[in-house]
Design a protein around this ligand. Structure first.
Ligand SMILES: *Cc1c(COP(=O)(O)O)cnc(C)c1O
Length: 396
C-alpha cells in the first residue's frame, strides 16, 4: 500500500514529486527529521547479522544515512535515473565518478570550455595515474570523432559551455559514443533537470553541483551523481566508502528543503532572465548576449530542441571592453560580484577577472573573456533588477 503510493508520487509532476516523494514521516511530521547521528546501533548480535541481508540497513553515516537517502531519492527521480548518491561538493561528485569509471591508461574526450575544476582534474591531476584527456569543442562533431583513440573510454561534457553558454548536438554525440562503446558523462549543473534531463537523451551518468540551483539558497555545498542502480552501487561501495567525501546529514536536509521549491524557483529565474536578456539584446552598449535559448542567438534552433527553457544564468559582452565591464560592475547596487551562481540572489562576474591585469598582450579568447559579464539572475523583483542594470549600463 505504502509502496504503491510512493510510486504514484514518483511519477507525478515535478513539484508534487519533490514535495512528497521519498520523505519518511515520523509522528505525522510534514518535515522529515535530521538524522544527525554518525552510527546506527543494534539490539543483538542476530539483529546486526540479519540486517546485512535486508534491502535497507544503516550502519554508519559516511556510507549511508536516512536524511541523505531522502534527498537521493528525490534527485534520482528528478533526473529520471535509477539511483543517486550525494557527495560533499560538486567536485567530490566529479572526482569520485572519474576515479570510479577510469583506470590507468584510459583516455577521456572532454568538451571545452568546461568548468575549471573539471579541467584541472583531467588536465593536471589524473595524468598522475596514467589517465589522459583531450579537450574538444563539441560543436565540431568531426573533431570529437577525430579525437577517439583505441584507449578512449569516456566522453565528458556539460550541456552549456562555461561562460559562453554554447550548446552542442547531444543526440549526435551520444550516437558517436554508442558507436565506439564509450561511456557518456554530463555535468548538468547549468541546465538543471528543470530544462533538460540527460538520461532521457541517452547519457549514462549525470553529475551536479547541488550548491547551485538544486539547493538554490547559497547555504549548502553539495554534489550528486545519478545513474543506473548497478553503477551507483559500484560507486557507493568503492568511492563513497574509500574516499569518504560524504555529505553531512544537516546539509542533506537543507538540500531537501531547497528542492521543495526547485520548480517554482526555476520558473521565476527563467522568466526574469529572459526579460533581462531581451533588454540587454536591445541595449547599444551590449555587443552580444550569450543565451542560445533566445531567438536572436545563432544556436537557437538546436538549443530549443534540447532545452525546454533557459535558467537564470547567461552572459553578455560589452562594446567598451574590460574598462566598461569594470565600470558597469562597480555601478550595480542589487547585483553583487561573486564567482558562484544559482542562488536566490543576483550575481555578476567577469571571466576576465581570471586574467592577470599586468599581462601585456591578450589572445582573441582572452580579449573576449575580458569583455564578457556572466549574470546569475536571482529571485528579486525583475523590475528592480532591470533598473539596476540599466543604470549601470548608462554609466559605463
Ligand atoms: C560549481 C560547479 C561545479 C563544482 O561544484 P562545487 O559544489 O563547487 O564543488 C562543477 N561543475 C559546474 C558546472 C559548476 O558550476
Amino acid at each position: 500500500m505504502i509502496k504503491r503510493q510512493d510510486k504514484d508520487i514518483k511519477d507525478a509532476g515535478m513539484q508534487t514529486m519533490l514535495a512528497h516523494y521519498g520523505d519518511e514521516t515520523f509522528h505525522g511530521a510534514v518535515v522529515p527529521p535530521v538524522f544527525i547521528n554518525t552510527l546506527f546501533a543494534f539490539d543483538s548480535y542476530e539483529a546486526f547479522q540479519r540486517s546485512q541481508w535486508q534491502e535497507e540497513a544503516f550502519y554508519y553515516s559516511r556510507i549511508a544515512n536516512p536524511t541523505q537517502q531522502i534527498a537521493e531519492k528525490k534527485l534520482a527521480a528528478l533526473e529520471k535515473g535509477e539511483a543517486a548518491k550525494l557527495f560533499a561538493s560538486g567536485m567530490a561528485a566529479i572526482s569520485s565518478t572519474l576515479l570510479h569509471c577510469l583506470s590507468q591508461g584510459d583516455h577521456v574526450i572532454c568538451s571545452y570550455p568546461i568548468y575549471n575544476g573539471t579541467y584541472q582534474m583531467l588536465q593536471s591531476y589524473l595524468p598522475k595515474f596514467g589517465i589522459t584527456a583531450d579537450f574538444v569543442d563539441f560543436r565540431q562533431l568531426e573533431q570529437v570523432r577525430a579525437a577517439i583513440k583505441p584507449n578512449t573510454k569516456m566522453l565528458y561534457c556539460e550541456g552549456f559551455s562555461t561562460f559562453f553558454m554554447d550548446v552542442f548536438d547531444i543526440p549526435a554525440v551520444v550516437e558517436i559514443a554508442k558507436t565506439h562503446n564509450l561511456l557518456t558523462v554530463m555535468d548538468n549543473t547549468c541546465a538543471t533537470p528543470a530544462t533538460m534531463r540527460p538520461i532521457e537523451w541517452g547519457i549514462d551518468i549525470v553529475i551536479h553541483s547541488a550548491s547551485k540551483y538544486l539547493c538554490g539558497h547559497s547555504d549548502v555545498t553539495a554534489g550528486v551523481v545519478i545513474s543506473s542502480q548497478e553503477r551507483m552501487e559500484g560507486i557507493a561501495n568503492s568511492e563513497v566508502v574509500l574516499l569518504g567525501a560524504t555529505l553531512a546529514p544537516l546539509e542533506a536536509w537543507l538540500l531537501t528543503r531547497g528542492l521543495k521549491t526547485f520548480g517554482l524557483r526555476m520558473k521565476q529565474h527563467a522568466e526574469s532572465a529572459r526579460r533581462i536578456a531581451e533588454m540587454l539584446c536591445a541595449h547599444p552598449q551590449v555587443s552580444r548576449v550569450n543565451l542560445p535559448t533566445l531567438k536572436q542567438h545563432e544556436q537557437y534552433a538546436l538549443a530549443s530542441r534540447q532545452f525546454s527553457d533557459n535558467t537564470g544564468l547567461f552572459s553578455f559582452e560589452l562594446h567598451g571592453g574590460p574598462k566598461a565591464v569594470a565600470r558597469m560592475m562597480n555601478n550595480l547596487r542589487i547585483f553583487r560580484i561573486g564567482v558562484s551562481w544559482g542562488g536566490f540572489e543576483s550575481l555578476i562576474y567577469s571571466p576576465g577577472l581570471g586574467i592577470n591585469p599586468e599581462q601585456q598582450t591578450r589572445t582573441k579568447h582572452e580579449a573576449r573573456l575580458e569583455r564578457t559579464i556572466r549574470i546569475s539572475v536571482g529571485l528579486e523583483d525583475v523590475e528592480d533588477l532591470m533598473e539596476d542594470l540599466q543604470f549601470a549600463l548608462e554609466h559605463c
